[in-house]
Design a binder for this molecule. Sequence first.
Ligand SMILES: Cc1cc2nc3c(=O)[nH]c(=O)nc-3n(C[C@H](O)[C@H](O)[C@H](O)COP(=O)(O)OP(=O)(O)OC[C@H]3O[C@@H](n4cnc5c(N)ncnc54)[C@H](O)[C@@H]3O)c2cc1C
Length: 477
Amino acid sequence: MTTPTTAEACRSSSASTAVQIDGFRGPLIGPDHADYDIARAVWNAAIDRRPRLIARCIAAADVAAAVRFARDHDLEIAVRGGGHNVAGTAVCDDGIVIDLSAMRAVRVDPAQRSAWVQGGALWGDVDRETQAHGLATTGGIVSHTGVAGLTLGGGVGWLMRKHGLTVDNLLAADVVTADGERLRASADEHPDLFWALQGGGGNFGVVSAFEFRLHRVGPTVLAGPLLWDASDAAEVLRFYRDFVRDAPDELGTVVRFGTAPPLAAIPEHLHWRPVLMVGLCYSGPIERGEQLLGPLRACRTPLLDLVGPAPYAGFQSALDSTVVHGWNYYWKSTHLPALRDDLVDTLVEHAFSGSSPRSYAAMFHLKGAVSRVAEGATAFGNRQASHAITLDAVWRPGEDFGDRDTAWARRFFAALGRYREGVYVNFLGGDEDPGRVREAYGDAVYERLVDVKTRYDPDNVFHHNQNIRPRVLADRS
Ligand SMILES: Cc1cc2nc3c(=O)[nH]c(=O)nc-3n(C[C@H](O)[C@H](O)[C@H](O)COP(=O)(O)OP(=O)(O)OC[C@H]3O[C@@H](n4cnc5c(N)ncnc54)[C@H](O)[C@@H]3O)c2cc1C
């Protein structure tokens, strides 16, 4: 069991706010509290919002009390899980943050192959506990990403082609609704709400705990990156296209376009060199994986081959230090079809022309089990797309790459315009056209989400998110 630490840290400092919430046991953090600036910061330092109150919950009853308080006082609500969303929707100006970051417990039932996970847990918490039993479920590829936001948007990761998206492994969720009621949603209880939680984001309530199906994974997998010089990118990508098309579901890959990050595992002379990096994780038998990867390794001599047997939980945090908290980020994103030659050329033409050495693009290969679930069976849209790409401008506080690389991400996105096949809602930024939320779902799923929203949150209490408006409001816009 992972024990919460943030709550303890916070309780030990003085609770300086005068506000009281009936039945709320966690710390209440207002602007005059010593921890206010830490508590309002999210992963993306470009987001600088000042809520009136941060209600750091320590149990589901706190969540319900905070929702009721916010409604009674007509306060804007933001909900925080891991605080990782690039759009910064976990924090609002002048309202209340219902903060679950102290609720990180994970309990594994190895016999049932399931895990109960609190709504503020991070993926590192889940991987650590589940891998102790040789089990895992699909999670994000950076261990400090929140479970809640990621799951509610869908959840893509190394294991998805074999075991489905995170939402395909969701068994149940404990939800606090807009009127402060506590419900359990599953295939049998409030099935409409359960369906909406499988991709519809934070629109329908606050999830205090999730239950996931687990699978046997590792604990040793064949994983790591292959790095090629950027000048080889087009040739390698064309090979990669055919290679992943026929690859077994056990192989998950993410292509990263950018410079080689200064990780300890990467020799110093390669640091910051423009490279095409194919990260991969093969979760079948190691020897079979070695055979499978032979042709990819041989398609063009890599600058570096770090693929080898590795603990799955450790590999899940390999990229953590390349996307740290407190840097500035701006993302554009789209799904893409299979990599036709002209699409490869477009990717290579734009991917390496950012100014900041930290800016990059990351392209997840989808298909496999993701595309075998029927469209509309969950609220996750666009299941037939081949790839999901994010174009990520990254600059540290004080660096002046922000404007140039934001323009780079936008230019790159525009160049991909004719290939767009929907988008993953969790990769949307904070300045998107309103139509992009609908694009994330497609018309049929979106309209059904509007119906569920109308039933469970008719006043759009939960709107500080990639918002799905209830019917009466949606029809007015
Ligand atoms: C570096 C990085 C790597 C990423 N990698 C992946 C990846 O591999 N796979 C992937 O699928 N996604 C990935 N993402 C995207 C990720 O899924 C989203 O950023 C997601 O929103 C993160 O969840 P969070 O709980 O940290 O979000 P937060 O910022 O805390 O919250 C975002 C929104 O989620 C909702 N929310 C959060 N907690 C709750 C809750 N308990 N109940 C109800 N609603 C809630 C709210 O609407 C909130 O506004 C990555 C993001 C980053 C920044």
